[in-house]
Design a protein around this ligand. Sequence first.
Ligand SMILES: Cc1cc2nc3c(=O)[nH]c(=O)nc-3n(C[C@H](O)[C@H](O)[C@H](O)COP(=O)(O)O)c2cc1C
Length: 328
Amino acid sequence: MAWYHPLLFALDAERAHSLTIATLEAWGKAGAPLAPRTDDKHAVTVAGIRFPNPVGLAAGVDKDARAVAGFLGLGFGFVEVGTLTPQPQPGNPKPRIFRLPEDRGVVNRLGFNNGGIDAALARVAALTPRPGIIGINVGANKDSTDRIADYGTAVAKAAPLADYVTINISSPNTPGLRDLQSQPELGQLIAASDAARHVGGKRVPLFLKVAPDLSREGLEVAIRAAVDGGIDALIVSNTTISRPDTLRSANAKETGGLSGAPLAPLALAKLVEAREIADGAIPLISAGGVGSADEARRRLDAGASLVQLYSALVYEGPGLARRIVDGL
Ligand SMILES: Cc1cc2nc3c(=O)[nH]c(=O)nc-3n(C[C@H](O)[C@H](O)[C@H](O)COP(=O)(O)O)c2cc1C
């Protein structure tokens, strides 16, 4: 534990998060002194994008794209901002992020709080020179009357500024959102997003992010739709609504999506299933409980081309990305 950990842990989880973002935002603006790693040894090409290393910052950390340069400066090979929705929205009432310290997990029910896609994209556009690979994760507004149209709108806005765009249909905190993982909605959603991703002559890569709570059949449906619809990579996975028996923290009973170490076995199992189903037809990105070089290596060996992480940062601190990359 770093010296400031007790200070951050004394704060409510969302306040600690805001403080972290503000610090990294300031550091990024000051010209984050540690440039992202570019050594060829760790570089991977996925969907035509060259990632300097395979360890990414998962969506939800920097929802509003305030601290992209700062996170890249910490050694992440790529940063996925968002989830961003067409209209700004406040999300659910606080408190809505809970640490599970005994389990090294997190439960959140944020509900896509964000300042809206336009404000975030203005921040991304202002990043010159471009500090690294930036994915833009998009979703639908909670009160939208046409969620599929929201994805089309958000993809069209994001594509000109994104190295890739992720369609997030797997948050458990927007009621009904995960129904979009089933047909016929999924096919319609992918078609609308595909139509919106072209910028000039360029086809911006589209990634799809799924829940770990999909059954094998559900995963088969999602993968078939993704491959047929021209999706370039699948992110497995978002947080889980399940609660393993092993959990010890009082906050385990909070409503929301569970992430961090307790999600690792399920995230790995779903990655393995996805590899069996996809059989090489689409690249896989593993998220869920990655918190060490060993765990990252396990995911790469199990078929992931890239990994992403969020919750382990809470427990392991800002040096984590660099330690994982060095340990690979
Ligand atoms: C507080 C919090 C907020 C999140 N917000 C988003 C989000 O806005 N969009 C998204 O696609 N995933 C979101 N996630 C899910 C993460 O991107 C990731 O898929 C999940 O947490 C599993 O990785 P981890 O175990 O390393 O945290 C969020 C996770 C947490 C803990």
